[in-house]
Design a protein around this ligand. Structure first.
Ligand code: FE2
Length: 386
């Protein structure tokens, strides 16, 4: 019987053995970036990535301290927040880290219980359970710190019918570039410092009840020059996946170390967003000015049939089209996947995006690591940070 191959969105039926159920997570709720100029950042994410105007909070809604623009594309919600005066603590975050991800918000049934269960297990609180209300109902939010100054916010919205969160108003804009086919967040990767990966993994196991379901050591993720180590953490239903990277010794500077130097600490390295049609999505993103890492050499594409093996027969995409767009291909026992990485989306070489199309495969493109990292190193060399 042939196995159905589809773009996998992990279902509730997939409970990883060993994962704890004291923190049931329904999905990613939103990702909040602290940025120097939210108005301009919003324009970039609309124009370049095809996000849609969704909600707004700022002076016009009575918020005197900061402005937040919420953008949406299918199931993805990003919030771009900027301070409105020098006294806001948001400034300190931007001065230190530059633009970057502050909050990975998780959608939960019970935000109070999520905060209690995690702080009881050692999480440092960012925000105690707080009820926010407006005419559309109420939302309960609570937050804890994860690696560096990054935060997990628990969002309970079962009693809310409004747009996004209380305090926001619907954002209607006259400028509405079309979507680019981005559907949901597949995974979000954190970079931590030297010798910090295992402590972070332990934190996710003990505080969040996650399991470590994939590991890559520095023998697997290495090039002639640099290396890194990575462990993938997942919650019980497999909907939330956080790979954690740490630098490893090589002849030259690891890309993770470069990130840590420029972000000035641990933080979110990349957001991987899923599409059903990567050729269409990447064609569109390129036309709108999104910059991607340069392509691997010809030999990489010549070797694809070899690497895909049995999955070659179900591969629908034309290899020459993938090559023309610099899209990478990898396979595991369950199928194949297509992926591509943007260059950093700010001037510091920190946060970037991955576009991924899963055709059965559940991995993270381990077979592409070498080709990919050589490409990243060529970019590091241009920046003088290799
Ligand atoms: Fe990734």
């Amino acid at each position: 019987m042939s196995k159905e191959i589809k773009n996998v969105e992990y279902g509730l039926e997939k409970i990883f053995e060993g994962a704890q159920d004291f923190l049931p997570l329904l999905g990613t709720d939103y990702v909040e970036f602290y940025v120097g100029n939210a108005k301009q950042a919003a324009h970039y994410y609309k124009t370049a990535f095809g996000f849609q105007s969704y909600a707004y909070k700022g002076l016009e809604t009575g918020c005197r301290d900061y402005a937040s623009y919420v953008l949406k594309q299918d199931k993805i919600r990003i919030v771009l927040t900027t301070p409105l005066n020098s006294k806001s603590p948001i400034n300190e975050h931007i001065v230190k880290h530059g633009d970057g991800v502050k909050v990975i918000a998780l959608w939960v049934e019970d935000a109070r219980k999520s905060w209690e269960e995690t702080t009881k297990r050692g999480a440092k609180s960012f925000m105690e359970p707080t009820v926010e209300k407006d005419e559309n109902g109420e939302v309960v939010r609570a937050g804890i710190y994860t690696y560096g100054e990054t935060v997990h916010m628990f969002v309970e919205r079962k009693n809310y019918k409004g747009t996004f969160l209380p305090g926001y108003r619907e954002w209607k804009s006259d400028y509405n570039p079309s979507a680019t086919g981005l559907k949901f967040i597949d995974h979000m990767v954190g970079n931590v410092g030297w010798n910090e990966m295992n402590a972070t993994v332990k934190w996710y196991e003990e505080v969040m009840g996650f399991v470590n379901f994939l590991s890559f050591d520095d023998k697997q993720i290495t090039t002639e020059y640099s290396a890194l180590m990575s462990k993938v953490m997942s919650n019980g239903n497999g909907r939330i996946k956080f790979p954690i990277n740490e630098p490893a010794e090589g002849k030259k500077k690891s890309q993770i170390e470069e990130y840590i130097d420029f972000y000035e600490g641990p933080g979110v390295q990349h957001l991987a967003v899923a599409t059903d049609d990567i050729i269409q999505t990447v064609t569109e993103l390129r036309a709108r000015g999104v910059e991607f890492l340069p392509p691997p050499p010809q030999a990489y594409y010549d070797d694809i049939p070899n690497r895909l093996g049995v999955h070659m027969s179900i591969m629908k995409e034309d290899i020459s089209k993938l090559q023309a767009l610099s899209i990478l291909v990898d396979a595991d026992e369950d199928g194949y996947l297509l992926q591509i990485f943007t260059k950093p989306v700010e001037d510091r070489p920190t946060l970037f995006f991955e576009i991924i199309q899963r055709m059965g495969a559940k991995g993270f493109g381990a077979g592409n690591f070498k080709a990919l990292f050589e490409s990243i190193e060529r970019e590091q060399a241009k920046r003088g940070t290799l």
